[in-house]
Design a protein around this ligand. Structure first.
Ligand code: NAD
Length: 498
């Protein structure tokens, strides 16, 4: 990444940000390159925004706030629906941008764009269903007194997104914010701004008033922090790592801003002796290796009962060994390429170090474990399965954000749940069993925001999603996500007679 265009970028136009409804460039004139993780090619150039640009965007959002808050819910929904139509019409371009900047195969990028559209449609439909309440009150202070719960938009919101699912995680912020009546400024991850900029441009083209939905590009420290600390910002939604979450909460907490944090995870998956093994193997494979393992809710620790351990493991190895790595731009119609590169060199190095640590402590690599041959231009790493992993190895104690799956043998459900909970994180989790008593026990006892039963780890737009412990605070998805953009205000209508 550089701050000025070099020879390779000559001829590539800078994609502008969107501030106050207009294309915008960094007030310093700085720009940076976005590169394809599959081959290192420059796929775009964007402005490197700083504090002045953050201030410009917040001022525009503040100016838009009252008007947007007073727009009728039907009008807000109509604008969103119009924007969704534009996204559908431009789907191919958005998919290409996402695949190129992120490194995910085209068929996965297509899935993400569909998920974004589904999520925005869900919230557009919800716009006119937000309501308060009439509250009966005791008659002592007036026979006809009653309370009313009003729900007012919190104010200017900032949404900060990561690089692994740039679009869906932007949608889980934009949808609830806009229908609640809050203007929102999106700051995408530095390495994945292009698809986000295009989506936000299209949603604006539908006719959103200037300043209601903006996008600025740059780093967390230079741009993200000034956005969070600007006095007019009242709501901050972050999806990112737990370390970033700590910093963001500290900054926002100083001025008592409303914060939600969707952070890291180390999801356990438990496979019981009575499980449908074919379905569970599929669940583990997709759960761990989708998006090259770079998912917050990926299956990151797999606990298999000893009665079915050998059969499950050999079935899993057999399926995963047929996974094809390759160029993510392979057309979606032929989803032969199942896995692209990791998003960044740093990401691959970390995976290699975590794996080496486990092996040094006695773990056995039963599949993969290295960089594949013939794919030297990108940050590729083979889908990897590891057994005999000690509990104190980095594969267990840290978040593993790549295609490496440790598999453990367990004897009882209590042991599986105890090990599942032996983690700083608590995002997703799953149990694979037909025994309802075991399923119920897992739902009650696993410390996580979600437990899936006989189901791939997947975040539905309809159901609140989020974590406990170091996985975060608050919920996105579902109607509940809208609550975090609304302020409850009570009013009492007196009924004193005489
Ligand atoms: P990251 O924390 O490095 O960055 C996330 C975003 O925060 C980026 O836009 C970044 O620029 C910004 N940022 C960084 N430091 C900042 C600061 N001091 N102030 C303001 N903004 C700052 O995370 P990442 O590497 O992009 O994403 C991977 C992480 O995100 C993993 O830990 C993953 O588990 C997590 N994640 C969680 C969920 C969830 O829903 N819980 C979903 C996806 C990813």
């Amino acid at each position: 990444m550089t701050q000025t265009a070099n020879a390779q970028t000559q001829g590539t136009q800078t994609t502008p940000m969107l501030i106050g409804g207009r294309p915008a460039y960094s007030s310093t004139g700085r720009i940076y390159e976005v590169r394809n993780p599959a081959n290192g090619q420059v796929v775009g150039i964007v402005p490197q925004a700083t504090v002045e640009d953050a201030n410009r965007a917040v001022e525009a959002a503040q100016a838009a706030f009252r008007g947007w808050a007073e727009t009728s819910p039907d009008d807000r929904a109509e604008l969103l629906f119009k924007g969704i139509e534009l996204l559908k019409q431009n789907e191919k371009e958005i998919v290409r941008l996402l695949s190129q900047e992120q490194g995910k195969p085209v068929f996965e990028a297509k899935g993400e764009v569909h998920h974004l559209i589904h999520g925005l449609t869900f919230y557009a439909g919800l716009s006119s269903k937000i309501r308060g309440a009439e509250v009966p009150l005791p008659p002592a202070m007036g026979k006809y007194s009653y309370g009313v719960l009003f729900r007012r938009p919190v104010g200017v919101a900032v949404g900060i997104t990561p690089w692994n699912f740039p679009l869906t995680l932007m949608g889980t912020k934009v949808g609830p914010a806009l229908i609640a009546g809050c203007p929102i400024i999106i700051k995408p991850a530095q390495t994945t701004p292009l698809a986000t900029l295009r989506v936000i441009e299209l949603l604006n083209e539908a006719g959103l008033p200037p300043g209601v939905l903006q996008c600025v590009t740059g780093s967390g420290s230079e741009l993200g922090e000034p956005l969070i600390t600007h006095p007019a910002v009242r709501r901050v939604a972050l999806t990112g790592s737990s370390n970033t979450g700590r910093r963001v909460m500290e900054l926002a907490g100083r001025d008592f801003k409303r914060v939600t944090l969707e952070l890291g995870g180390s999801d356990p998956m438990i496979v019981c002796p009575d499980a449908n093994l074919k379905a569970a193997i599929n669940g583990a494979m997709v759960g761990r290796f989708w998006n090259a393992g770079q998912q917050c809710l990926a299956v990151k620790r797999l606990y298999v009962f000893e009665e079915v351990y050998e059969e499950f493991l050999s079935g899993l190895i057999d399926k995963v060994s047929r996974y094809e790595l390759g160029d993510p731009s392979t057309p979606a119609e032929k989803p032969k390429v199942r896995m692209g590169p990791l998003h960044a060199e740093f990401q691959r190095r970390e995976i290699e170090e975590q794996l080496a640590d486990a092996v040094a402590k006695g773990a056995k690599v039963v599949l993969g474990g290295k960089r594949p041959e013939g794919l030297d231009q990108g940050f590729y790493f083979e889908p990897t399965i590891v057994t005999d992993v000690p509990e104190d190895s980095r594969l267990v104690t840290e978040e593993v954000f790549g295609p490496v799956l440790p598999v453990f043998r367990v004897k009882t459900l209590d042991e599986a749940i105890q090990k599942a909970n032996n983690s700083p994180w608590g995002l997703g989790s799953s149990i694979w069993t037909n025994n309802m008593i075991w399923a119920n026990k897992a739902v009650r006892e696993i410390e996580a925001g979600v437990t899936w039963i006989n189901m791939i780890h997947y975040g539905y737009d309809e159901l609140p999603f989020g974590g406990v412990k170091a996985s975060g605070l608050g919920r996105e998805h579902g109607p509940e996500a809208v609550d975090y953009y609304l302020e409850d205000k009570g009013a009492v209508f007196g009924g004193l007679e005489g």
